[in-house]
Design a protein around this ligand. Structure first.
Ligand code: ZN
Length: 167
């Protein structure tokens, strides 16, 4: 008869749901401030298309922001090309098709940007810097490329799928 072997497992490190850091199994609070004992909800559900295009509430991560602005820029460029092909340019700034599209997409583009401001813990007023030369580059860079604040901020929880790695 062989003695029953007792598997001695090393204690499993626990991954912080808020920042993704691996904490020792005995840790009760992550460096980022997350409470590993009570484990409150740390992420909001991924934002759907309707909320992305029409809601001014909550936060969106970079991936969701580009889910809107990628097609937005591609369609705008394609229509500018159409304007060039059909000679429907109205001014040197834009043609008929492109202008109609950008006017139609104005509300969604503001809605998406406001939620991305929130993700950076800025109020919507941050977008007004976009009208100032040089400062507008900061707005573009922050909204397009900077990760949201980890954990909850004034505007709620970060969007799911926006962990430290994927944010
Ligand atoms: Zn953490």
């Amino acid at each position: 008869m062989s003695e029953p072997t007792i598997a001695v497992r090393p204690p499993m490190p626990q991954e912080c749901p808020q920042c993704g850091l691996l904490n020792p199994s005995t840790a009760i609070r992550c460096d980022c401030g997350y409470d590993l004992l009570s484990r409150p909800q740390s992420k909001a559900p991924v934002v759907g298309w309707r909320a992305l295009l029409f809601s001014f509430d909550g936060r969106i991560g970079r991936a969701t922001y580009w889910r809107f602005f990628g097609p937005y820029m591609a369609i705008g460029a394609a229509l500018a090309f159409v304007d060039w092909l059909l000679d429907t340019r109205m001014t040197k700034g834009g043609g008929m098709f492109a202008v109609v599209f950008f006017v139609a997409a104005l509300y969604p583009s503001i809605a998406a940007s406001v939620k991305r401001c929130h993700d950076r813990d800025h109020s919507w007023l941050f977008m007004l810097l976009g009208f100032i030369p040089i400062a507008n580059l900061i707005v573009l860079f922050e909204l397009g490329f900077m990760p949201g604040t980890p954990g909850p901020n004034r505007y709620g929880l970060p969007e799911a799928g926006t962990t430290a790695a994927a944010r």
